[in-house]
Write a protein of this length. Structure first.
Length: 385
């Protein structure tokens, strides 16, 4: 199975000649997209016709570089460790530039189609790479199987818990990504403040001063949270265990408005700006790159189901969960995460069935036993490893 990811690199230490050649190629592409006749590298011109069908007047588009024309070499120089050759019309054979990637470019990685951007007067090259990865299929449950469950929500974007010994033990409870709410609230208040002051051309002011700062900060938080989960799976794999990452498939979370019912703008903004899809994509590609199996499951009724007794006679208030039958008091998101893991244990791995998203919700998926105190769950360590 071939897995792809994008390595972001910054082009550094450009000479005046190389700066001029890249700028000519970049701005000639923008002029070409608006119908002008300019000198442009033929392959870049073909890629532009292939990808850019609708052109917006005030938008700059990156140069799409074909994989057979882009070369990346590792050189032990004082300027930079990696060098890449970019094809341009102004020089035969292209121009070699020094780049600094955000992560190492390994020799077994295959270079794919890449993009050349210009931001704030500097050039960035996003190199798409792929490699062959062997993703092991989940086997029937053994003592070495560890289920890393991730519950994706709004208040706690990523709640993870590890299920050991066929779900009998729960360890390493993590609540990550909480800073996302404060970041989003901060920038929402800034945008509202611009409107209250009645600044002329407020939209242009927001684009100029705020730009995409909010999305960059949110992405940074989510990347760190998902990377921590995948790194944990790597450690377990090195220790001889068989980790499996599972998360709830997020469908029908954003329900359409019912005509005649009152709406709350604040709640709508929180729900419709949840980075749930982004978290799912980050977890998937990072785990598959490290050859860790990832399974999305239908999470219907997992928030309402009691993980201890399996009943739906429960009560949910804000972030707390209470079962009316067995008296379990638990964290709402942690209860949902355990139910997702128990669903995987009960309905798929133990039965030796194929790993597919179940179509029906389980009526009884949680094992009976003593309740796990919320505070003690957070303080449990991995001393057995």
């Amino acid at each position: 199975m071939k897995i792809k990811k994008t390595i972001k690199t910054k082009i550094v230490y450009l000479t005046k000649v190389k700066q001029r050649l890249l700028e000519e190629e970049y701005y000639n592409l923008q002029r070409f997209l608006h119908g002008e006749k300019v000198k442009l590298y033929s392959a870049n011109k073909q890629q532009a016709k292939r990808f850019y069908k609708k052109i917006k007047p005030n938008k700059e588009y990156p140069i799409s570089i074909r994989k057979d024309l882009l070369k990346v070499e590792k050189r032990n120089t004082k300027i930079a460790e990696y060098w890449t050759k970019i094809p341009v019309a102004g020089r035969r054979g292209g121009v070699w530039v020094a780049v600094k990637p955000h992560c190492p470019i390994e020799p077994d990685m295959e270079i794919c189609e890449s993009k050349l951007f210009k931001k704030n007067g500097e050039f960035f090259l996003y190199i798409t790479v792929q490699k062959e990865a062997e993703i092991p299929k989940p086997q029937p449950i053994t003592n070495k199987t560890i289920i890393i469950v991730c519950d994706i929500g709004e208040a706690n974007p990523v709640v993870s818990v590890e299920l050991w010994n066929q779900g009998k033990k729960r360890k390493n409870v993590q609540f990550q990504g909480r800073d996302v709410r404060s970041v989003r609230a901060h920038y929402n208040n800034l945008k509202k403040g611009v409107g209250r002051k009645k600044i002329k051309h407020a939209i242009n002011w927001i684009k100029e001063h705020l730009a995409n700062k909010e999305s960059r900060k949110v992405n940074d938080i989510l990347h760190k949270a998902t990377r921590k989960i995948v790194n944990r799976a790597k450690i377990l794999k090195r220790c001889g265990y068989e980790p499996v990452i599972v998360f709830g498939g997020l469908k029908n979370v954003r329900q359409s408005r019912i005509k005649g019912e009152a709406r709350c703008r604040k709640n709508n903004r929180k729900i419709h700006t949840m980075p749930s899809y982004k978290i799912k994509q980050m977890l998937t590609y990072k785990a598959l790159w490290e050859e860790v199996p990832v399974i999305p499951l239908n999470e219907a009724y997992t928030s309402k189901l009691c993980w201890r007794c399996g009943t739906l006679n429960t009560e949910i208030k804000k972030r707390s969960f209470r079962c009316k039958d067995c008296g379990l008091e638990y964290n709402r998101d942690l209860n949902g995460a355990i139910n997702i893991g128990n669903m995987l244990l009960s309905y798929m791995l133990n039965s030796k069935a194929a790993v597919n998203t179940p179509q029906t919700s389980p009526e009884y998926a949680a094992p009976k036993g003593d309740p796990l105190a919320y505070q003690s769950a957070r303080e449990e360590t991995l001393s057995e490893i």
